[in-house]
Structure formats: C-alpha cells, structure tokens
Design a protein around this ligand. Sequence first.
Ligand SMILES: Cc1cc2nc3c(=O)[nH]c(=O)nc-3n(C[C@H](O)[C@H](O)[C@H](O)COP(=O)(O)O)c2cc1C
Length: 329
Amino acid sequence: MLKIREINIDKALLLAPMEDVTGIAFRRICKELGADIVFTEFVNSDGLIRDNEKTKKKMEITENERPVGIQIYGGNLEPMIEAARISERMNPDIIDINAGCWVKKIAKRGAGAGLLKDPEFMEKMVSEIVKVVEKPVTVKTRIGWDSNSIMIEEIAQRVEDAGAEALTIHCRTREMGHKGDPQWEWIAKVKEKITIPVILNGGLFTPEDVRDAFEQTGADGVMIARGAIGNPWLFREAKEILEKGSVLSPVSIEDRIKTTLLHLKYEIEEKGERRGTIPFRKYYSGYLKGLHNASGVRSQLMQFVEYEPIEELLLEYLTYLQNYEPIAI
Ligand SMILES: Cc1cc2nc3c(=O)[nH]c(=O)nc-3n(C[C@H](O)[C@H](O)[C@H](O)COP(=O)(O)O)c2cc1C
C-alpha cells in the first residue's frame, strides 16, 4: 500500500520524472490512462534560486493531474532548501529529491547520484528540507554507485530517519546508467529495514513486468519511465492485469492514432502551435511503432509545424490501416 498522508493507493503506478518528457501534456495523457501519481522532470535548484523563468516553468502543475510531485536536484544544501521552499509555493502533493541522476556533469557536482558518495550529507539534505516544508518529501535514488558499493539499505535507513515519506529505488547502480538488468531483489531487502513506502523503478516495459515486479518484491508502488514513452497505455494495461488477471483492452490502432492527436493537442494548448509540434516529433516513432508503412508517414509528419495537417494525415492513415489487409502468401 502506498500511503503518503492522504494519498492511499494499493499497488500504485507512478510515472517517473523524465527530463523533456514529463511535461504537463504527457503527464495528463498518462494520468488519463491510469497513472496514479505523476512527477515533473527534475528542476535544478541553482536555476531556481537565480530566478530563472525557464526553470520555474518546469514546476508548473495543473489540478487535473493530482497527485503530482515536483522533483528538485542539486548538490548544495542552501539552494536545495530554497528550491524546496519555492516548489512548495507551486502547491504540489509531493516534493521529491533526486539522488539518482547518473549524468556525469550532475553527479560530479555532488548532485543526483553524486549524493550516493556522501550518505551523511544526503541524510542532512533530506532532513533540512523536511524541516522547512509542510508537504511530504520523498527521495528517488539508485542501489549504489557501482557494483562494489551497493549501499541502498544504509541509504534507505538514513532517508527514513531524515523524515522522508517514501523512497523510490531505481534498481541499478550509477555505473549502469539505464542499461543492464535492474536488481529488483533489493526492494524486498529494503522493505524489511524501513517502514515508509518503497517504490520500485527500473525495467518495466510490459504489463507482465509490472505484475511480476509487485509479485516478486512486495513493492508498495512501481514507477515507469521509458516504458511509457510512446506507450502510455502501459498504465491502463498494467492496471487491468493487476485487477483482472489479464489485459482485456489491448491497445488498438485507433487508440494509437487518437492518443497521438490528443497528446499533441495538449502540447499545443500548453506551448503554442510551433513549440508544441516540433518537440513532439520525438513521440511519433513510439506511437506508430510496428504499424504498416509507419516510417513513410513519420517522415511526412516531420515536415509539419501546425496541428491541422498532422490531424488530416493521421486520420487518413487510420482509415488506411483499418482497411489494410496483408496479402497472404
Ligand atoms: C529521457 C529520460 C529523462 C530522465 N529524466 C529524469 C529526471 O528528470 N529525474 C529522474 O529522477 N530520473 C530521470 N530519468 C530516469 C528515470 O526516471 C528512471 O529512473 C530510469 O529511466 C529507469 O527506469 P526505466 O527502466 O523504467 O526507464 C530519466 C530517464 C530518461 C530515459
């Protein structure tokens, strides 16, 4: 059971924070398809205290996506405390501290996974932030820096002692980046040590992965990252497998085209036509993956900077797909 104050969800499905992906539009799509809790991308504490408008924009949230968490990161105490205060003013349901980002320029400054190099400081950072904000504070981290320094049990204890109200574990080391098999077995070990909810992250790409993760580890929630890009239906399908034992409504061609258009509409609502359509191009390959003649359609879609021609092309493509019959050989 994932219990963070008034949030109370059995087998919770969370959308992971992802830079340049989990903006308002994508969070809304995932929410509509069954995500229980969603997170903003990480927000740089140094940028926030410089009053950088672009950084602040990343913290904007809307009512229809609650419960929603804002994630902050940084390697210095004072800016992180200030960033937590600023985040709180945006009125999120959760303030999450990133202690897992593996990117070199971030980790080497002691931020993200860099905090794993100094567990005492990580504990201090969490406890000082907990002291200054009313909202629940959570932490997202990794199992350790590398295979010789797996220390998630110690980290978990420290994070709980510091007053965090949930812990997400990306079950890889910093050295692994995003590759290699996640070591889910650490979840059960950590659950024996601490009482706050433990959320599993890493390697969830199918509804069966989600079911297995809950069954094998007893996690209170699971957090999906790459598995949701181009496939937000994973939340709906995972919910079905958990509640009914199998996926009853697998994603249809119509789902794919209509969700692509809806997601694009949300992006445009938020950012305007041009700034909505151009970055959206990264989603086409996922949404159209495996469909007949998708690459031809994709390259046409890449040329448009307005909604209307995209809608026209995709609806035409939908009709084509619905009438398409592969020739039997
Ligand atoms: C494009 C991208 C951006 C990411 N940005 C963040 C981020 O802002 N904050 C964070 O905690 N993790 C970030 N991550 C890591 C994911 O949240 C997650 O921990 C990781 O991808 C492992 O989960 P997965 O195997 O389900 O992809 C990012 C991952 C990707 C692929």
